[in-house]
Design a protein around this ligand. Structure first.
Ligand code: NAD
Length: 306
């Protein structure tokens, strides 16, 4: 309650960023979001129509408020880093001040400080390619958008974060176990993100009394995940094989496996990630930092799934 959160990586109501925004709003935080520039128009349209949409409803029946939406491209730190073809791209025309440094400055001018920083973004242009076939360019792009983006956000936001605050990111088990198909260097990017969580916890802890943790989340059919190509299969596997099995609500083998589970079952799992995020950034977790916290119904602990 009374805290202010900046959540980077919200562009629709399907992803983990959205679920975290809702959980933090329900706990009384003021919500600012950073939306990828090319996705900004569509998201702002949904913002205008929000009163018609169930997904904006908080548990108490009120509608989630977003105090401000900031255009953001976390691949660029300063205006000098932006190449000409991006500057002149029509998907970027009309938006301004969207590099990480500028967004942090604008938030400072608008609100003075924040308490909570959430990184819920990833991108890997070659995610469908096996690592063995990934180009240097694709690999570095995955690391830039999915790992360094967190270093950069924390670097630029730390000076305006109130001591006692916290930051979190989202990671995936492919960092430490073989998940065939999570390619393009995305598995490497998540390994970097988890390793950086530890060192950044030390540095930001000492420098600004800020905690840094990452949530290793189970699979979700978000827009980003659909780029992988077989997210339905991964979801089905994780629902069937986790120690805490989720109820099979409808079994219809003629439809895709994704539909084996009701929409509400899927939505519920994002709320579980949101709730864990709310705990991790709250004083209840005041001694938790540098950790990778699994929110996957225990799937990560399985040896052999039979
Ligand atoms: P999502 O599509 O809701 O979120 C990804 C967001 O990143 C999008 O809003 C996109 O616009 C934004 N984005 C991409 N490139 C950007 C850039 N350069 N600058 C700013 N924003 C950018 O999908 P999601 O699956 O909820 O992803 C959120 C996080 O959760 C990611 O880190 C993802 O790797 C992680 N995660 C997802 C799953 C899953 O199965 N979906 C599992 C574990 C972890």
């Amino acid at each position: 309650t009374g805290k202010r959160a900046f959540i980077a990586g919200v562009a629709d109501d399907n992803g983990y960023g959205w679920a975290i925004a809702k959980a933090l709003a329900a706990a009384g935080a003021e919500i600012l979001v950073g939306t990828w520039v090319p996705a900004l128009n569509i998201f702002e349209t949904s913002l205008r129509r929000r009163k018609f949409d169930e997904s904006w409803k908080l548990p108490d029946g009120s509608l989630m408020e977003i105090a401000k939406v900031y255009p953001l491209d976390a691949v660029y730190d300063t205006p000098e880093d932006v190449p000409e073809d991006v500057k002149t791209n029509k998907r970027y025309a009309g938006a301004s001040n969207w590099t990480v440094k500028e967004v942090a400055e604008t938030v400072k001018n608008d609100f003075g400080s924040i308490d909570i920083l959430v990184h819920s973004l990833a991108n890997g242009p070659e995610v469908t390619k096996p690592l063995l076939e990934t180009s240097r360019r694709g690999y570095l792009a995955a690391i830039s958008a999915s790992s360094y983006s967190f270093v950069s956000l924390l670097q630029h936001f730390l000076p305006i974060m109130n001591p006692g605050g916290a930051s979190i990111s989202l990671t995936y088990i492919a960092s430490e176990r073989i998940i065939p198909g999570y390619g393009g260097g995305m598995s490497s990017a998540k390994a970097a993100l988890e390793s950086d969580t530890r060192l950044l916890a030390y540095e930001a802890g000492r420098k600004g009394k800020i905690r840094v943790n990452t949530i290793s989340a189970g699979p979700l059919g978000s827009r980003a995940a659909k780029a992988i190509g077989f997210i339905e299969k991964i979801i089905e596997y994780s629902y069937v094989n986790a120690p805490l099995q989720k109820e099979l609500l409808a079994v219809d083998k003629t439809v895709t496996s994704f539909l084996l589970y009701s929409e509400s079952a899927i939505t519920y799992s994002t709320a579980e990630v949101g709730n864990t995020a709310a705990f991790l950034v709250s004083p209840l977790a005041s001694a938790v930092t540098g950790s990778t916290i699994y929110v996957d119904n225990g799937l990560n602990t399985m040896g052999l799934a039979l």
